[in-house]
Design a binder for this molecule. Structure first.
Ligand SMILES: [Mg+2]
Length: 236
């Protein structure tokens, strides 16, 4: 007779079916839209914390980067001393949160095609939606602990895996082979490969299916509407 907590039983059942658990990027993979409060928050931090009124997030292509990487890259390229960046980071994070809280109601978002249906399938199949945490350009705001714990996106993978394993009732982190990153940019692909994970790329962001295939994605789809292909890949 099987014994264990509901989480353990669910985890064992999914694992015995060979289900691969997706770790899903948010921006341009699940949602599209005007993200002005997040972008404005960066510029506010550049100005008030680093004294760089002309520094802007528009000076880089932030797709697939986490917030701390974005801050570092922009202030460095605007001449701020690299060594002094870490000590300013907590103040930068605070400034961003302050700005975000005031301006977030100005944002408008829509889901990418097929996103809601795809999430419904994951939910129906009993995959913990907690898996969504930890990966994503907007992760700092959605899941503060993660965004603040990592400087590089690849550092988020063990955190996401650990949390997911926990939600599945596993006493220790499951091996990387049980997880698949889903994202919209070549950076997501590179991040997955650096972490030893397979990756599904969705062309709802700034990159074409050809570009994502060239980047080395294991499966490329135009949108999440290609649900059947994705589910087959994930064994669900
Ligand atoms: Mg993205």
């Amino acid at each position: 007779m099987m014994r264990g907590s509901p989480e353990q039983l669910r985890g064992q059942e999914l694992l015995s079916r060979g289900v691969k658990f997706p770790l899903i990027d948010i921006d341009k993979t699940l949602i599209l839209g005007k993200n002005s409060s997040h972008f404005g928050a960066f510029n506010y931090a550049f100005k008030t914390v680093f004294g760089l009124p002309n520094a802007s997030i528009n000076q880089i292509i932030p797709d697939g980067m986490i917030d701390r990487q974005i801050i570092s890259e922009v202030v460095r390229s605007n001449g701020f001393p690299v060594k002094e960046i870490p000590q300013r980071m907590p103040a930068a994070v605070d400034a961003m949160l302050t700005y975000f809280r005031i301006h977030k109601s100005e944002d408008t978002f829509a889901s990418t095609p097929g996103a809601a249906d795809f999430l419904t399938v994951l939910q129906r199949e009993g995959l913990p939606l907690g898996l969504l945490t930890g990966i994503g350009f907007r992760s700092f705001f959605e899941y503060g602990a993660f965004g603040d714990q990592a400087d590089q996106r690849v550092d988020l993978i063990p955190l996401a895996i650990s949390r997911a394993s926990n939600l599945l009732g596993q006493p220790e982190s499951l091996p990387e082979k049980h997880f698949v990153i889903m994202g919209d940019s070549p950076r997501d692909v590179a991040c997955a490969k650096a972490g030893g994970l397979e990756v599904i790329a969705v062309a709802t962001g700034s990159y074409s299916t050809d570009q994502l295939r060239d980047a080395g994605a294991d499966l490329v789809v135009a949108t999440l509407e290609e649900q059947q292909k994705i589910c087959t890949f994930l064994n669900i």
